[in-house]
Design a protein around this ligand. Structure first.
Ligand SMILES: Nc1nc2c(ncn2[C@@H]2O[C@H](COP(=O)(O)OP(=O)(O)OP(=O)(O)O)[C@@H](O)[C@H]2O)c(=O)[nH]1
Ligand SMILES: [Mg+2]
Length: 389
């Protein structure tokens, strides 16, 4: 699947940067275009892989390249005021080979949290391709202001995009680790999970064609209907998965035992992917749709295993639409399962963020004074959390 990636704010920019590196390293070729947008010049300068010309600084007349300091109303306002600049930056890069847009942002800050919903709304009116969001939820330790930002951005963004993927920083941060340290492995995790998902059907030098190829329309159909999605992932190393020429010659046919082994492994990996740590913890039963994707060593993938795994997922979730497929990677030393669960309706972390947000709203003056950040517009907010627009 070919994506137009847009990183909004620092978190979004960093992850798009890593995607650019991943795409190049794997030769996967699933990023059609990318753009990093920010109000902070130094954040844009700190990126490594996104070409300079694909970094867009906005809000210069207002914040002089210094960011909006977690004021997401200001983030939304700047994005609105400069929507034509953003729009033409996207247009100029061309959208003809693009299957979908993906806007990536940290939801607890200002620029991305406020800007992402504004951009999503605009892209939806301009293009036929779906517009997806990938939002990072703040860790609890980031406090009330970030929770409030995230709660407001969430309720705005989820209505503007065709589907919103959530990644919970709080869940992925390791005990005793600083957030800054955590970003490295969290971002790797995000890129790995999404990489396998969007890589389906995109490998350029693909020797083996899968038995059940997944193309972008199946990913799009799984995401249709909107709401929230999460991704599960599990991987296992396989021995001598890519026999050399000679052993291939003497061992042309897979034995029944080989197939049995591979089938069992596929089902067990899919179970681990779903029951393990998801991008955000949720009640998986409430998923409306799912996509099971097996990638890796060609010899270890088979239709029987994927069919069995699909049935297992189908029994687990309320929905009945479960798709599946494989994605052989010649010479890979691994087999990996990626499970996309879409249309989730029970996410405890969102409820918790909303509770934190409601509390924060009650004492926003104090919070703002403590953080030294401007938040004037919210001073007279009532008890209920207000959407951004
Ligand atoms: N997963 C992940 N989260 C991040 C990263 N950087 C920041 N965050 C989270 O994103 C939120 C802050 O968003 P940022 O992207 O830093 O803010 P911004 O959009 O640049 O907005 P301002 O800095 O306020 O102008 C916080 O909840 C952080 O924990 C990152 O590299 N990875
Ligand atoms: Mg910033």
């Amino acid at each position: 699947m070919k994506l137009f990636l847009i990183g909004f704010g620092q978190a979004g920019g960093r992850v798009v940067d890593l995607f650019a590196e991943y795409d190049k390293r794997t030769g996967q070729n699933s990023i059609a275009r990318s753009l990093a947008i920010n109000t902070a010049k130094s954040d844009l300068m700190g990126l490594k892989y996104i070409p300079m010309e694909d970094r867009l600084l906005i809000g210069q007349s207002v914040v002089k390249g210094h960011g909006v300091g977690a004021d997401n109303e200001m983030g939304a306002k700047i994005a609105t005021d400069e929507i034509y600049t953003i729009q033409s930056a996207i247009d100029e890069r061309g959208t003809h080979r693009v299957d979908a847009f993906l806007i990536i942002a940290g939801m607890g800050g200002g620029t991305g949290s406020g800007g992402a919903p504004v951009l999503a709304r605009r892209l939806k009116t301009l293009y036929n391709e779906p517009v997806y969001g990938l939002g990072f939820l703040p860790a609890k330790e980031e406090g009330g202001l970030y929770a409030l930002n995230a709660a407001r951005s969430f309720m705005t963004l989820v209505k503007e995009v065709d589907n919103l993927f959530l990644f919970d920083n709080d869940l992925w941060k390791k005990e005793g680790e600083t957030l800054e340290d955590a970003y490295n492995h969290m971002n790797d995790e995000i890129v790995r999970r999404f990489g396998v998902l969007i890589g389906a059907g995109e490998r350029t030098n693909r020797g083996d064609v899968g038995q059940m190829v997944v193309d972008s329309s199946e990913i799009i159909n799984t995401l249709k209907g909107g709401g929230i999605s999460v991704i599960g992932y599990a991987r296992e190393a396989v021995e001598s998965n890519s026999p050399g020429f000679l052993s291939r010659l003497f061992r042309r046919h897979k034995t029944t035992l080989d197939t049995l082994d591979a089938t069992t492994r596929i089902v067990s990996l899919v179970r681990r992917a779903v029951m393990g740590r998801l991008t955000t913890q949720c009640d998986i039963k409430t998923a409306e749709k799912a996509l099971v994707l097996m990638g890796g060593a060609p010899d270890e993938l088979n239709k029987k295993g994927i069919d069995k795994a699909k049935l297992w997922v189908e029994e687990l979730i309320d929905g009945t639409e479960v798709r599946g497929g494989d994605y052989p990677i010649p010479r890979s030393k691994y087999v990996a399962a990626v499970v996309l669960l879409s249309g989730i309706s029970d996410i405890p972390r969102i409820k918790e963020l909303q509770r934190m947000a409601a509390d924060a709203q009650d004492n926003i003056e104090e919070l703002v004074a403590k953080s030294g950040k401007k938040y004037d517009e919210l001073m007279d907010a009532d008890d209920s959390i207000k959407p951004l627009f």
